[in-house]
Design a protein around this ligand. Structure first.
Ligand code: NI
Length: 177
């Protein structure tokens, strides 16, 4: 188990469509998830997708802990989501600021569905089926985009809303997804 190098935007591996997991509860999957957790925690990220560490499989993790320094950040349960399916529950979208461990130091304003259902499996193959909204829904869409080879800058509608974090938000220490 080890923290892995996170691929950065420009690496063609981030643009591939990832393959489904067919074998749950395997040693390989356990090692992958341990590496992903170590990497995400070391970099203080909100979420990570397997392709970001060079593994083209449909596995994402995410978690947002309640942090007294950021009372506005909604907490999101620690989740392992495998072979996800996202179904928006309305056409309504909202714009919000995102960052990404593969696009370090940057932030962009990205439209996302506000309410959705996501389904998939956890590491043991148990079914996950949740209806979520707001920041939780945003994080899931961001991570699952990685499985389609989509990085958040590709979704920004107005590139004037893309820039360096410390310039856009000089007083914040925001997390990456
Ligand atoms: Ni990302």
């Amino acid at each position: 188990m080890a923290s892995k190098l996170v691929l950065r935007m420009g690496d063609p591996r981030l643009l591939q469509r990832a393959e489904p997991i067919t074998n749950f509860d395997s040693p390989e999957l356990r090692v992958l998830l341990a590496d992903m957790r170590d990497t995400m925690h070391e970099l203080d990220g909100v979420g990570l997708a397997a392709p970001q560490i060079g593994v083209s499989l449909r596995v994402v993790i995410f978690e947002v802990n309640a942090n007294p320094r950021y009372p506005d950040a909604e907490s999101v349960p620690q989740t392992v989501l495998i072979n996800p399916i996202i179904t928006p529950l309305s056409d309504e979208m909202e714009e919000g600021w995102e960052g990404c461990l593969s696009v370090p130091g940057m932030r962009g304003l990205v439209p996302r569905y506000t309410r959705l259902r996501y389904q998939g499996r956890d590491e043991n193959g148990a079914v996950i089926d949740r209806t979520v909204s707001g920041f939780h829904a945003r994080v899931v869409q961001h991570e699952c985009d990685h499985l389609e080879g989509v990085l958040y800058p590709m979704r920004i509608r107005d590139m004037r809303n893309f820039g360096f974090s410390d310039v856009l938000f000089p007083n914040q220490n925001a997390q990456d997804e």
